[in-house]
Write a protein that binds this ligand. Structure first.
Ligand SMILES: [Zn+2]
Length: 258
């Protein structure tokens, strides 16, 4: 099927789109993969540092690692794939973005409805009270040997607001993601092979609901078999091509038909 006939058939549905996003979308954002960039950290694996155990054991080491990651992240910008999702939202076609990424690039691209199921690295939160603050700035990222403390409840440690290995997802965020999938008649699978649980269950839920599944990945994935159509290529190229055409046709006449 051509992109032309696919977009026509989607518009006949009255698109209610949810995007399910993974790391592939951020590759073109000037963000090198972390390992290999910074020799100092080569001896560590994320599985050794992104855990509650590591933080309790050596919070300074864990914060040093997150600062090193943040210094790289501060150079990254959203790319045309992030912007394509914002445009779909502005056109009224998108219910929301469910992302496994913690890099915050959807927020910077000004998408409004986002569920970050694995948390957000640009924020730090108190381990005890509800205090939360952004820390994605040079001053914070370039500090050395400082473990940030909560200004509200004093002396309790701040930690990155991400879901660590061995921690459950935030149930409120997760329920919202499930609710969005249940409302969607089209689900875009973008830059993810969909194998990390429990997010991996969402395409199957969409399938059970008879939603149309469209995949945007660089190559075949385990989700290709259940997708109604797969667009293979860099998502910063293929996603804008798809969404621009969909939006153009929607604005150009389909809007009042559905
Ligand atoms: Zn606190």
């Amino acid at each position: 099927m051509s992109i032309d006939s696919i977009t026509d058939s989607l518009l006949e549905l009255g698109p209610k789109i949810v995007a399910l996003v993974g790391a592939g979308i951020s590759k073109a954002s000037g963000m090198p993969t972390f390992r290999g960039e910074d020799g100092l950290w080569n001896q560590y694996h994320a599985q050794d540092l992104a855990t509650p155990y590591a933080f309790n054991n050596n919070p300074n080491l864990v914060w040093e690692w997150y600062r090193a990651r943040m210094r790289i992240l501060l150079e990254a910008q959203p790319n045309p794939a992030h912007e394509a999702l914002t445009k779909l939202e502005e056109a009224g076609l998108l219910i929301g973005v469910i992302t496994q990424n913690v890099d915050g690039l959807h927020e910077i691209a000004k998408t409004k409805k986002i569920v970050e199921v694995h948390g957000r690295i640009r924020y730090a939160r108190c381990q005890v009270c509800d205090y939360i603050q952004r820390w994605d700035n040079k001053e914070f990222a370039e500090q050395k040997d400082i473990i940030p403390k909560c200004p509200k409840c004093k002396n309790n440690l701040l930690r990155p607001d991400v879901v660590w290995f061995g921690e459950p997802l935030d149930q409120i965020k997760w329920q919202e993601a499930v609710q969005w999938i249940n409302q969607a008649n089209i689900v875009l699978i973008i830059g993810t092979s969909g194998v990390v649980h429990p997010v991996a269950s969402l395409p199957w839920l969409a399938k059970k609901n008879d939603a149309v599944l469209l995949e945007f990945n660089i190559e075949e994935t385990p989700l290709t078999a259940i997708s109604d159509h797969s667009f293979f290529g860099p998502c910063e190229t293929i996603l804008p091509e798809f969404s621009d055409l969909l939006i153009k046709k929607y604005i150009g006449g389909y809007k009042n038909n559905g």
